[in-house]
Design a protein around this ligand. Structure first.
Ligand SMILES: *Cc1c(COP(=O)(O)O)cnc(C)c1O
Length: 459
């Protein structure tokens, strides 16, 4: 496996999509018309789109040709069996139910296992996961290590479960009130931070001690496997595919968003070893998604996802994926741009509090920075700060500790040269940061305001 200074993309390009280059004047108009909200920009007006890594993957020639093999039968489709086999081989679980995307799997799992009064310990929350837990009467309990909440704490496995917090939670609420322990690999909301193999083993041990199930949110588990190979004793040189399977072996099942690791644009699944949960999932999926043999997907989607299962554990693919994210992050670090450390698996997060200390949090520094970045270079990023945090029950703005701009890297879509453009623009902005102004919110929707809120620039 290449471990040299220069690691170029481990693929060549067979089909291209032209992206539009615009002028600064054009972009100034476009972002003003979008109310300084990058979610409201037209994708056509974006040069490099780092809004999300979800469903934005580039499929391979093998995946595109697999689409043609899609069996679109209503029941018993060949494509279902191909996906089932891929999940059994790569993940090692006994059963799999396809869903339209990750939250479809979360809905099934939460509906089957969570009852009012239940608690779900997890290494930091994720938006849709927690929403499904709460819809079914459950309460999320954060059991991630403290370092994960500190943007500057260097830790090789910042996504680890705090074993003491986990055991205290079990003793406090009682194991009978815990339908399962949930572990996310990697932890999205902590910046794509990994969990160590030792930590997974230890969590398994605790679950066994109290007779608890252990379910994963395996959305970015391949990225997690790479960090184990790179950082954990005993795993250097071990194939990603083996490390991945060992990680999965400590769990009883997982929810999965195919839009991330699986290198497709839509899809997901719920997997498990338990025959009883499988039987219930098959009944429930009919109500929400479709027959258990397609779960809201076309046969061709399952084909592409099955092929993605094998491609994602390719050692060269995943090494470049992680290096590309890091390549961007390290250019910023070298130029003293404040970012969340260490660089995680899917994104680089700018620390807008330290980038723009002269802009008060109530003047939306992350939102202002994301808008300025678009104006400067046509790069689209996403606010993860006071706008995303919304209001509390009394209607006041929540003031989150972290005020971030997320630069999320789609898989196999951009070259390292595109990362240079992004780095150059961010560094330029950092050098002239004192000239950047805050924003005023002029339209606020009742919920999830970050999607549609509109702003004006303060003088
Ligand atoms: C994206 C995501 C989900 C939800 O998956 P969707 O496919 O978007 O429904 C769940 N957990 C994590 C960590 C995610 O990043």
């Amino acid at each position: 496996m290449p471990r040299r200074d220069i690691m170029a993309e481990p693929y060549k390009i067979k089909s291209v999509e032209t992206i539009r280059m615009t002028t600064p004047e054009y972009r100034q108009r476009a972002i003003a018309e979008a109310g300084y909200n990058t979610f409201l920009l037209k994708s056509e007006d974006v040069y490099i789109d780092l809004l999300t890594d979800s469903g934005t993957n580039a499929m391979s020639d093998m995946q595109w040709s697999a689409l043609m093999h899609g069996d679109e039968a209503y029941a018993g489709a060949r494509s279902f069996f191909r996906l089932e086999k891929a999940v059994q081989e790569i993940y090692g679980y006994k059963h799999m139910v396809p869903t339209h995307q990750g939250r479809g799997a979360e809905n099934l799992l939460s509906t089957i296992l969570i009852r009012p009064g239940h608690y779900v310990p997890q290494n930091m929350y994720f938006t849709t996961t927690r929403a499904h837990q709460e819809r079914n009467g459950g309460t999320f309990v954060d059991v991630i290590i403290d370092e994960a909440h500190d943007s500057q704490a260097e830790h090789p496995f910042k996504g680890n479960v705090d074993l003491k917090k986990l055991e205290e939670t079990i003793n406090r609420v009682g194991p009978q009130n815990i339908p399962y322990v949930n572990v996310a690999l990697t932890v999205n909301m902590a910046g794509g931070q990994p969990v160590s193999m030792q930590n997974l083993r230890d969590v398994r041990k605790i679950c066994d001690k109290y007779g608890l199930r252990l379910m994963y949110d395996a959305t970015r588990a391949v990225e997690n496997a790479f960090f184990i190979q790179e950082r954990e004793e005993g795993y250097a040189g071990k194939p990603i595919r083996e490390i991945f399977k060992e990680m999965m072996s400590y769990s009883d099942g997982c929810t999965m968003s195919g839009k991330k690791d699986l290198l497709v644009n839509i899809g997901g699944f719920l997997a498990m070893n338990d025959d009883d949960i499988f039987a219930q999932a098959k009944e429930l999926v009919v109500v929400f998604e479709g027959m258990p043999s397609y779960g809201g997907l076309a046969g061709r989607d399952m084909e592409a996802m099955a092929q993605g299962c094998y491609e994602m554990v390719d050692d060269h693919y995943i090494a470049h994926r992680i290096y590309q994210v890091r390549y961007l992050g390290e250019q910023l670090i070298k130029n003293d741009v404040p970012i969340v450390r260490p660089v995680g698996g899917h994104a680089v997060f700018l620390d807008a509090r330290r980038f723009l200390p002269h802009i008060d949090q109530d003047q939306f520094p992350s939102q202002a920075l994301a808008a300025a970045l678009y104006e400067d270079s046509g790069v689209r990023s996403m606010e993860r700060g006071i706008v995303s945090a919304g209001r509390n029950k009394r209607g006041e703005n929540n003031h989150p500790k972290l005020e971030l701009v997320r630069l999320t890297i789609p898989r196999r879509v951009y070259t390292d040269r595109h990362m240079d453009v992004v780095a150059d623009s961010v560094i330029d902005l950092y050098q002239k940061r004192n000239s950047l102004a805050g924003l005023k919110m002029v339209y606020e929707p009742p919920t999830l305001r970050f999607f549609t809120a509109r702003f004006e620039r303060l003088p």
